[in-house]
Write a protein that binds this ligand. Structure first.
Ligand code: HAM
Length: 442
């Protein structure tokens, strides 16, 4: 017997119907925000990710050498591909670029609840706009999507952190440029490891420097719980960073929240310095949406990454965006009873009461299908009762019945399976009649 590989799902039709609902909400909401869809390749040159995504992702790549000897990897995320695609057209593309995409990503992770090795991810990004208005638009879309799923403030929140403020904080603590990223990637793990493990990782990140890891760990632990802008400012008092740099950044926080308030989403967003994000390329505000019921896992994450396009060798292009996975979102929707499916039931089931009519019935079925109406019928039976039961079981709205008596008068009957009413129609106007009946109540 063959099994699916660990961390890979198979989607039966009812699972696809649920997944399609998630895709529909993602796509519809992104379009309401005037984002345009793009689609990057699934397989990429390996170093696009090893150099741009950062350490954690590097160890999770589904990488191999292809038959042409190229080092390649399945994509673990979409952002480096997006940066390349936009970067390649940077001189001619209309800015800001507002693009979204949806597709499967692959990460060789330890399989656990909410984390798989193949998962779908929605991404929305704005490139070419440096102002915080783009950050606000992106966060507005993130909240807009979760609200479109029917989720409320009791069920999720967005935690908003700030790498710029963290860089200032670490500079203030004497951490030199090249150590800032390694220290931040340790800070990113603080919620998931023991205090001892945290200290050990910090010591490793600071190896060779003059900084006392224990002292820095205490400072970090005191900084993270701060939840309001005044206390962010107070944390820098008496330090070596000029007050106007701190004030400048806090003004941006205020501006961002003012926009979020005008958009009606500020109540979903909480300042939270515990969010620094694991990926290497973020440069400014960073955020993650978490479910606040059940497992409390991350639903989405993103932030500003102003240097990535340039680092790929293209013109400078500021950027901000986020990714949202389907796994935790669908788990949450199930948990709170808000999961839905896209109805894929056929419009019509044709019932054939006698095999002598099968040829004429097939002609009618193909005429209906040619008109865009979905039609099913059974291959073997002529038993009307069984066929009507089948029509009901597949959720068809109408049954078109081919019976000898009516047919000899050039007619068929159309039964509305939802209200039980029946209508006799002429065979040569069947398509038109079915169209009309289907349009009622749509
Ligand atoms: P990320 O935080 O790695 O960010 O992933 C974003 C979301 O994808 C997570 O919050 C989670 O919902 C989902 N996800 C990630 N890994 C897995 C997994 N193994 N199994 C199930 N779901 C998963 C990024 O990928 C960035 N590229 C997002 C971004 C776009 N930043 C800027 N633009």
């Amino acid at each position: 017997m063959f099994k699916t590989l660990p961390g890979f799902r198979e989607f039966y039709p009812e699972d696809v119907a649920k997944r399609d609902y998630i895709f529909k909400v993602w796509r519809d909401t992104a379009r309401a925000f005037a984002f345009r869809e793009f689609d990057p390749p699934v397989l990429e040159q390996l170093d696009l990710f090893t150099e741009k995504s950062g350490e954690e992702i590097k160890s999770q790549l589904f990488e191999f050498t292809d038959k042409g000897g190229r080092a390649v990897s399945m994509r673990p995320e979409m952002t480096p591909s997006l940066a390349r695609m936009v970067g390649a057209k940077a001189n001619s593309i209309r800015r800001p670029v507002k693009w979204f995409c949806m597709g499967e990503n692959y990460r060789y992770e330890r399989q656990q609840k909410g984390r798989l090795r193949a998962f779908y991810q929605f991404n929305a990004d704005i490139l070419g706009e440096e102002s915080l208005r783009a950050d606000a638009e992106i966060i507005g879309l993130l909240v807009g999507i979760l609200k479109a799923f029917g989720l409320t403030q009791d069920e999720f929140k967005v935690r908003l952190g700030d790498r710029t403020l963290w860089v200032l904080f670490l500079e203030n603590a004497g951490v030199k440029d090249e150590l800032i990223m390694p220290v931040l990637s340790v800070v990113d793990k603080i919620e998931r490891v023991s205090p001892e493990a945290f200290l050990e990782m910090l010591e490793e990140a600071l190896a060779g420097s003059q900084i006392d890891a224990g002292v820095l760990a205490d400072k970090i632990r005191a900084f993270i719980p701060l939840k309001d802008l005044d206390s962010f400012g107070a944390a820098f008092e008496g330090g070596m960073i000029p007050q106007d740099r701190i004030e400048g950044r806090l003004t941006q926080w205020r501006e961002l929240f003012a926009s979020l308030k005008d958009m009606g989403v500020a109540d979903f967003v909480k300042p939270d310095l515990g969010i620094v994000r694991g990926l290497a390329y973020y440069t400014g505000f960073v955020f993650e949406a978490f479910q606040t019921v059940g497992t409390g896992r991350a639903l989405a994450g993103g932030g500003r990454y102003d240097n990535l396009v340039k680092k790929l060798g293209y013109p400078d292009m500021p950027a901000v965006g986020f990714g949202m996975g389907d796994v935790t979102v669908s788990d949450l929707l199930e948990l709170v009873g808000k999961g839905k499916s896209i109805d894929s039931s056929p419009d019509v089931c044709v019932v054939i009461a006698d095999d002598s009519l099968r040829g004429e019935a097939l002609k009618a079925i193909y005429a209906l299908r040619g008109d865009g109406i979905s039609v099913d019928y059974q291959f073997k039976t002529n038993n009307m009762g069984k066929q009507l039961k089948y029509a009901d079981s597949i959720g068809a709205r109408l049954a078109v019945i081919f019976a000898p008596d009516e047919f000899s008068a050039g007619c068929v009957s159309v039964k509305n399976l939802k209200d039980g009413s029946s209508l006799r129609v002429e065979l040569n106007s069947l398509v038109c009649s079915v169209e009309k009946m289907l349009s009622v109540g749509k």
